[in-house]
Design a protein around this ligand. Structure first.
Ligand code: BG6
Length: 490
């Protein structure tokens, strides 16, 4: 086939995400030999900067994964030689026309030119950029794709409006809505675990599963991102996207194939079977300052960019239900919070009690506490482990509740790629499996929008919890209401 070129334009190149994630991920792909032969990378932003300055900034964040030898420096140089910078406004077509000229200079040699844009910018300029960039590319022979990252609106209506606006200039096939949790190794592994092992799928239903917990915690606060965060809160920042995507992959019916459309069809179906979340099934919290070891950790409203009377939740726990034959009555509990005691993301599957258990009343074990639990630890220290009951070796009969443990660091020597690497590579290759389709986004918003509105209208006050704690006690009452004990405590 004829050779092609790919130019990758990072719009918002001077921002944090670009520096911390996108450029390093592009370099890692280059380092691994995954980028196409003819590629160029453009940084585009309003800041006045030269290509040299961009290269200097980008260079500071690049590391070679495997060897730190001299060749590493050379590879970084080669990569930086392909990086350019172009400054311009986000809503001025002429500025994009200039960018277009610069891109065309790279798209030479009779090759088919393809363009990927990564919109690492605030959502209020998405549509401007898409309009300008697509108008300037009218003579483009190859494909044009745009990666957009949340927030996709604040609720069902504003999200649908954004979709409508984008579709004035782009087709659904050109829009790559990223949710970086879908690029995480263990989130991808969920389907492998379920569908390639005989021993899990038959148990994957209300018949054997008591509850499912999807947990996210961070041990730091909003740290300068308060301005963005206060507009959205933890439910929009983490639950409606990252945790719900995990839930959809966990709970969907087996897809016809692993193709993007087949998988996304199943995800939409399961999301549409979910009950809209009710106020009484949610607990919200906000962290307050706390002194520990002589250090004062700031409260959420101590952040200068946050209004001092803000009631935006930095923590939420929720009980969700899927009204279909497989999951009827099984609580799916989510918990997400900032400024908690640790940083972790995991899925916990608690199985039912063994019927007529022979070991129930003797042998030194409370079997109500000792049901099987499967844990998929997404981060840190990626792992999958299964809690089982086992006999303690010896002449007596004593039972032990232990872990069958797959710790990635012990089993695999290869470093786990960053989520953005996988997702960028997929976007370049046109693989849509890990991107969110617009009907999926609508279904996700439908579950959370009534709740988000109720929280705002009633000005529900969050329960305060100290920075670095385990979060509000209200979360325990919520779980207890459904006879659930959070798996991550004690
Ligand atoms: C982002 C949220 O989507 O995910 C942040 O906006 C959060 O608030 C981040 O910190 C967490 O991502 P990760 O990959 O570090 O778990």
């Amino acid at each position: 086939s004829r050779e092609s070129t790919v130019s990758i334009t990072v719009v918002g190149a001077s921002g944090d995400l670009a520096k911390k994630k996108i450029f390093p991920a592009l370099f890692a792909l280059y380092y691994e030999g995954c980028l196409p032969k003819h590629f160029t990378i453009y940084g585009y932003a309003r800041s006045k900067m030269t290509t040299e300055q961009l290269r200097t900034t980008v260079c500071q964040t690049l590391t070679c994964r495997i060897d730190q030898s001299e060749s590493c420096g050379e590879i970084i140089e080669e990569f930086l030689d392909r990086c350019f910078y172009h400054s311009g406004h986000y809503n001025v077509e002429e500025d994009f026309a200039e960018l277009d000229k610069a891109l065309q200079q790279q798209e030479v040699g009779g090759r088919v030119a393809n363009r990927l844009f990564y919109l690492s910018i605030p959502p209020d300029v998405f549509v401007d950029v898409v309009r300008c960039a697509s108008k300037c590319a009218s003579s483009l022979k190859g494909w044009m794709r745009m990666i957009v990252e949340k927030p996709f609106g604040r609720d069902l209506e504003s999200s649908a409006e954004l979709t409508r606006d984008l579709k004035q200039y782009l087709s659904e096939e050109q829009i790559f809505r990223i949710d970086h949790y879908l690029g995480k190794e263990l989130v991808e592994d969920l389907s492998v675990l379920r569908f390639s092992n005989l021993i899990f799928e038959p148990l994957w239903s209300r018949q054997y599963i008591r509850n499912v917990q999807i947990l996210f915690s961070e041990d730091f606060g909003t740290e300068g991102r308060g301005g963005y965060f206060d507009n959205y809160g933890i439910i929009r920042d983490i639950m409606q996207n990252h945790l719900l995507q995990i839930l959809a992959l966990f709970a969907m019916e087996p897809p016809v194939s692993m193709n993007a459309e087949d998988i996304r069809n199943e995800k939409v179906k399961v999301l549409r079977s979910m009950r809209p979340l009710q106020l009484e099934d949610v607990v919200v919290g906000q962290y307050k300052s706390h002194v520990k070891g002589g250090i004062k950790y700031p409260g959420y409203t101590d952040d200068k960019t946050v209004p001092s009377n803000s009631i935006t939740p930095t923590f939420a726990a929720a009980a969700l239900f899927i009204d279909n034959a497989r999951w009827d009555g099984v609580p799916f509990l989510m918990k997400a919070g900032k400024a908690l005691h640790n940083r972790r993301a995991e899925v916990r599957v608690q199985f039912r009690h063994v019927p007529g258990n022979l070991f129930k009343r003797s042998f030194g074990m409370d079997l109500d506490q000792a049901t099987n639990e499967l844990v998929i630890r997404v981060q840190p220290d990626e792992a999958i482990y299964l809690k089982i009951n086992n006999k303690v070796p010896g002449l007596g009969m004593r039972l032990d509740h232990i872990n069958l443990n797959l710790l990635y660091a012990d089993r695999y020597s290869r470093e786990i790629p960053d989520a953005y690497e996988r997702l960028l590579l997929d976007a370049i290759e046109g693989e849509r499996r890990l991107f969110i389709r617009s009907d999926e986004l609508d279904a996700a918003w439908s579950i959370f929008t009534p709740l988000l509105k109720a929280l705002e209208v009633r000005r529900v006050a969050p329960e305060l919890y100290p920075y670095g704690s385990r979060g509000p006690t209200g979360a325990h009452y919520l779980a207890a209401k459904y006879h659930v004990r959070w798996g991550d405590v004690g």
